[in-house]
Design a protein around this ligand. Structure first.
Ligand code: PMP
Length: 455
């Protein structure tokens, strides 16, 4: 696939069939719908990193189902594994089945040696938020405590417990009686340092705020049941946690005997270049939540992996009808086979480097880019306000200008000022180069548009 030249039709304006489906959706579906508002496309089919809309237009998909489609759309080997499973059993509650047993064994086997023998697996309801809910319940039950520490900039889901742990205030406005006892503490977001220091000194100080709060008899926060954190804040704007910050948080958790939950819903399953994002930090989480990429194909499944001493809940303590998606297990097993055979994690790191290098080059040439960051294939471009337009508006314009040329990108972060890149983990160097070319043109276009507007 080659980048669509600017003279091609404007792909950000839906054609007839797409417009009709978007209109019907707007009429009958919830006002809470999100993606088609800024990305007005209606998809007919998709393969790999390319989606084709209902009018036959093609787009490079760097949204990948919000990071779910580890191997892109409809990977043939995963589809075949699901087809084979379809005739055997699809839904199995929590009864053991061969694919479930294989999935559980292989998921535990993906943990670093030394940790894998001390961890158990629990299958949750199908979403990431279900996994987060289960993790928090597990820690509350095991510690007999009630509070949870979460981080500014966090996103953990939309159910009421997970939303309580999510830092953005707007989705909580007008929603009373969410989970009590949640305490938000600064995250090492060095580009916008929460305590106003320089990058080298700041991240340890962010952790120190939590250490002091917990140690202070007048700090206002009782010892919590858990600390929950992302190692690259995804929806928060693709912000990798600095290593010193993470080490200090892990130490605080250990010193106070507080279980540390690492939410790997978005970072996990290869997205950041290792199977789990915690691995290069050298920390040992007490609970890991994984979901999005597990099946590799976008089939719903969610798990928590946790230290066996936390396994204090009674039979039936945490149940749910959809804990037995055998199609997702079959696909997930095939995904791991492909991951090992094709050395996929190396591709994640190589394509991540290719993107970062390209984006850093653009940063040097463009006044629109304030920061470029990320890990593996979970990257973000934080935009700067320019020529009277705020950073959020600049990001929306860049997203739209990229879509016009056939590249689907996501936004996140404060004021949605970060353009996020979540390509499939098997994306090729060629498609990556095409995407970079489109981003470069989009930046130039927006700069010219804004210059024109102030003229
Ligand atoms: N945790 C993190 C880190 C996430 O990024 C998300 C989803 N973006 C969730 C939890 C919630 O997952 P779900 O939307 O499947 O409930």
């Amino acid at each position: 696939m080659t980048a669509v030249p600017a003279t091609q039709p404007d792909l950000s304006v839906p054609d007839r069939n797409a417009q009709s489906l978007l209109d019907i959706q707007a009429e009958i579906e919830s006002n809470a719908r999100t993606y088609p508002r800024r990305l007005p496309i209606a998809i007919a089919e998709a393969t790999g990193s390319v989606v084709t809309d209902v009018d036959g237009r093609t787009y490079i998909d760097f949204l990948s189902g919000a990071g779910v489609l580890a191997l892109g759309h409809n990977h043939p080997e995963l589809v075949a594994a699901v087809r084979d499973q379809l005739g055997l059993i699809t839904h199995g509650l929590d009864f053991p089945t061969p694919v479930r047993a294989e999935f559980a064994r292989r998921q535990l086997g993906m943990l670093p040696p030394g940790l894998r023998d001390r961890m158990k697996i629990h299958f949750c309801g199908p979403t990431g938020a279900d996994g987060v809910e289960a993790a928090v319940k597990l820690c509350k039950k095991a510690t007999g405590r009630g509070g949870v520490v979460a981080f500014q900039g966090s996103y953990h889901g939309s159910t009421q417990g997970a939303l309580s742990l999510t830092s953005e205030t707007a989705p909580k406005d007008g929603l009373h009686n969410l989970l009590p006892g949640v305490h938000f503490t600064p995250f090492g977001y060095c580009h916008r340092c929460p305590v106003g220091l320089t990058p080298d000194t700041c991240s340890v100080n962010c952790a120190r705020v939590l250490a002091n709060t917990l140690a202070d008899t007048h700090g206002g926060v009782s010892k919590p049941a858990a600390i929950i954190m992302e190692l690259v804040q995804g929806e928060g704007g693709s912000i990798p946690a600095p290593a010193k910050f993470v080490h200090r948080i892990a130490d605080i958790a250990a010193e106070h005997d507080i279980p540390l939950i690492i939410d790997e819903v978005q970072t996990g399953c290869g997205r950041t270049g290792t199977w789990f994002a915690f691995e290069p930090y050298g920390i040992e989480p007490d609970v890991i939540v994984a979901s999005k990429g597990l099946s590799g194909l976008g089939l719903p499944v969610s798990i928590i992996l946790y230290r066996d001493h936390l396994d204090t809940w009674a039979p039936g303590s945490h149940i749910g009808t959809f804990r037995g998606n055998n199609l997702a297990f079959a696909s997930g097993n095939a995904y791991l086979t492909v991951l090992h055979r094709d050395n996929l994690l190396a591709n994640v790191r190589d394509r991540g480097d290719q993107l970062l290098t390209g984006l850093i080059g653009m940063q040097q040439a463009s006044p629109l880019i304030a920061d470029v960051r990320g890990r593996g294939l979970m990257l973000g471009i934080e935009l700067a306000g320019h020529a009277g337009a705020g950073a959020g508006e600049v990001a929306r314009r860049v997203q739209r200008a990229a879509l016009r040329r056939g590249l689907i990108l996501e936004l996140g972060g404060r004021e949605d000022c970060v353009v996020r890149l979540l390509p499939p983990l098997n994306v090729t160097a060629e498609v990556t180069a095409d995407a970079l070319a489109i981003i470069g043109v989009a930046l130039d276009t927006v700069e010219a548009e804004l210059a024109e507007a102030v003229r």
